[in-house]
Design a protein around this ligand. Structure first.
Ligand code: ADP
Ligand code: MG
Length: 337
C-alpha cells in the first residue's frame, strides 16, 4: 500500500491512478491483483473475504472464476470493478490503481474501462426503458451524440442476436434475452474488461449455454478481456483458464488448449497449483489425501521438479524422514511441479 502511494505521490492529480512508471510484479498484465486483502467489518466481527490474493490476467483472456459460495468471488469482482476498495494490497486494471482513484478517475474507470453484468437480471437493466434505450444509456452518460448512440446501440443488439427485440422492455424479454441485453449494455462504451458475476445463475441450462457461447464469441471477435464468476460446470469447457478460489486466495488454475489446430482436436487440460510470490504452494486436496500428508512434508529438489514426501517421523518411526528407495516412489503423485 505505502509503496504504491509513494509512487503516485508526485504525479499531478489528473494522472493519479495512471500508468506505472517502473517495472514490477505483473507489469505487462492488464489486471494485477497483488496480495489483495479485503476485510469486511460487521459489528464487532471481521470477515476476511480476500486473504492475500495474487492474480495476473493478460489482455484478451477469458477466465472463469470458480469456488464455493463465500470463497470471495464477488468480493474480487467488486474490487476489480471499482465498486469496493481493498483493505490492503494492490489492484491495478489497465493502468488504473484502484485503491487510489480520485472521484473523476473513478467515474472514467467505471464508464470506459469496465463493463459489469450481474446475476440478477433485474439489476442490469432499467425496467421502464426499452432494450435499445438501455444499451444507449451508458453512451448518453459518456456524452455520445444521440444519432451515434442509436446506431451503435442497434449494432450492439445485433451482435448479441437481439436486433428484433430493440423496442421491448425487459419484462417482455426472457431471462436469457435480458442477460444478452445486459451484455450489450456492458459493451456500450467499449470497455477493456467485462466482469460478470454469475450471469447465468438465474437461467436454465440452455440459455446459460447460449450466454457463455456469446461471451466466448465477443472475447474472440472484440478481444475484450472477460472474467466470469460462476458455479456452472459447463463453463469450464468454454474458457482457456479456470481460476479456483478457496478461502479468499487462488488455490489452483486449469489451463486448456487444443491438441491441434482444428475444431475436432480435443482439449488438453492441465491443472496447476499456484505458487504465490513468496513461494507458498497450496497442494491439491486430493493429492494431500491420497498420501495422507499432514503437518510436515519433505520437499526434495530433483533435476527438473520437486518431490514431496510424507513425514515418516511423525508416524512413530522417530528421527528424520527416510527417503523411499528408488522404484518405490508414488509415481509422482503429490509432486509439485
Ligand atoms: P462468493 O461470491 O464466492 O460467494 P463473496 O465474495 O460474496 O463470496 O463473500 C466472501 C466472504 O465475505 C463471505 O464470508 C461473505 O459472507 C463475506 N462478505 C461478502 N460481502 C460482505 C459484506 N458486504 N459485508 C460483510 N461480509 C461480506
Ligand atoms: Mg458471489
Amino acid at each position: 500500500m505505502t509503496d504504491s502511494m509513494a509512487e503516485i505521490v508526485d504525479l499531478p492529480s489528473a494522472e493519479r491512478g495512471a500508468r506505472q512508471p517502473r517495472p514490477r510484479y505483473g507489469d505487462r498484465a492488464l489486471i494485477v491483483c497483488d496480495n489483495l486483502v479485503k476485510i469486511y467489518k460487521v459489528a464487532d466481527l471481521e470477515v476476511v473475504a480476500l486473504q492475500g490474493l495474487d492474480l495476473l490476467v493478460e489482455s484478451g483472456e477469458f477466465i472463469a472464476l470458480v469456488g464455493a459460495s463465500g470463497s470471495g468471488k464477488s468480493t474480487l469482482l467488486n474490487v476489480l470493478g471499482g465498486l469496493d476498495v481493498p483493505s490492503a494490497g494492490r489492484a491495478t486494471v489497465a493502468g488504473y490503481q484502484l485503491a487510489e482513484l480520485g472521484p473523476r478517475e473513478q467515474t472514467r474507470y467505471l464508464r470506459q474501462v469496465i463493463g459489469f453484468v450481474w446475476q440478477q437480471t433485474g439489476r442490469n437493466l432499467l425496467p421502464y426503458l426499452t432494450a435499445l434505450e438501455n444499451v444507449a444509456l451508458p453512451m448518453a452518460f459518456d456524452g455520445v451524440p444521440a444519432d451515434i448512440r442509436a446506431t451503435r446501440a442497434r449494432e450492439l443488439l445485433r451482435q448479441v442476436g437481439l436486433e428484433d427485440r430493440a423496442d421491448h422492455r425487459p419484462q417482455h424479454l426472457s431471462g436469457g434475452e435480458q442477460q444478452r441485453v445486459a451484455i450489450a449494455v456492458a459493451l456500450a462504451n467499449e470497455p477493456e474488461v467485462i466482469l460478470a458475476d454469475e450471469p447465468t445463475g438465474e437461467l436454465d441450462s440452455g440459455s446459460a449455454a447460449e450466454i457463455f457461447e456469446l461471451l466466448r464469441r465477443l472475447n474472440r471477435e472484440l478481444g475484450v478481456t472477460i472474467i466470469v464468476a460462476t458455479h456452472d460446470p459447463l463453463v469450464s469447457s468454454q474458457v482457456s483458464r479456470t481460476v479456483s478460489i478457496r478461502d479468499g486466495r487462488v488455490s489452483s488454475e486449469v489451463l486448456r488448449h487444443r491438441s491441434g489446430p482444428t475444431e475436432d482436436d480435443h482439449h488438453i487440460e492441465t491443472e496447476f497449483a499456484v505458487l504465490d510470490r513468496v513461494g507458498r504452494l497450496q497442494l491439491p486436496r486430493a493429492h494431500v489425501e491420497a498420501l495422507g500428508l499432514e503437518k510436515r512434508v519433505r520437499v526434495d529438489l530433483e533435476d527438473d521438479h520437486l518431490s514431496v514426501w510424507p513425514d515418516r517421523s511423525s508416524r512413530g518411526s522417530g528421527g528424520a524422514a527416510e527417503p523411499r528407495p528408488p522404484g518405490d516412489r508414488p509415481a509422482d503423485r503429490g509432486d509439485a511441479r
